[in-house]
Write a protein that binds this ligand. Sequence first.
Ligand SMILES: C[S@@+](CC[C@H](N)C(=O)[O-])C[C@H]1O[C@@H](n2cnc3c(N)ncnc32)[C@H](O)[C@@H]1O
Length: 242
Amino acid sequence: MPRPSDELDRYDLTCHRLREALLGQLPASVDLVATVTAHAYWVCVAVSGDGTAWEEALRDYTALAQQRAAAEGEAERREIALLQQELAQTPGPVLDVGAGWGRLASLYESLALPAVYVEPAALGTQLMRRSGLNRVAQSVGEALPFADGPFSAAIIGWVLHHGAAPDVDAPAILIQAARVLAPGGKLLSIEPLGEKFSQTEWTSLLREAGFHVNRVEWFFTSESSPGATERYALAVGARCAD
Ligand SMILES: C[S@@+](CC[C@H](N)C(=O)[O-])C[C@H]1O[C@@H](n2cnc3c(N)ncnc32)[C@H](O)[C@@H]1O
């Protein structure tokens, strides 16, 4: 298990290598810093250590950024605009479950919305703390370290579709989210829908955990590979009263 400083050092080195590889290679519309930040996180979460597997992951994610960063940037702009609308009337605090490296922190800050971040990966919690966020808990979503009911909204973004992975128990994460939300509290769930994770599967999970699904909005169609289409979608739910 690497020491925390080792993990951050490796992340910084990964950012440096990605920046070198991508500088001048991306369309003008693409935010280089945001692209490097995200892809470096994925490289470091995908492989530990800095040997051959890391070099391979760097090559793969550099190619991915070159192919997909413009489209993914547009998808993210639409996602943020939708979340902004949904959170504008929310008093907070908001709970971000599986918050990664704190991608949505600037959105919460722009809305003056108090936020609490939960993330199991040590790299994610270290990056969030290093960027100045202080309400960060290292935990899985299946065991949220909070009392019942303090949050007015919960965001679970790009986590539940990993339900087939042994480390993601989507029903348990949703039951925990319902527990820590105040009655009527808002759930914002964002996922890529396709052959591996359907809208029916997703909305059934939400309902079974005790949410009323008010609407589902598809905001982007992604051609992740030839013939493989995913639709990125936001589900807006409310915790049913007990
Ligand atoms: C694709 S990233 C999305 C990050 C962030 N939600 C965003 O929208 O940028 C998925 C995140 O879920 C986290 N994760 C994995 N297993 C989890 C679990 N059991 N509970 C909560 N989060 C988990 C991963 O560590 C990773 O940071």
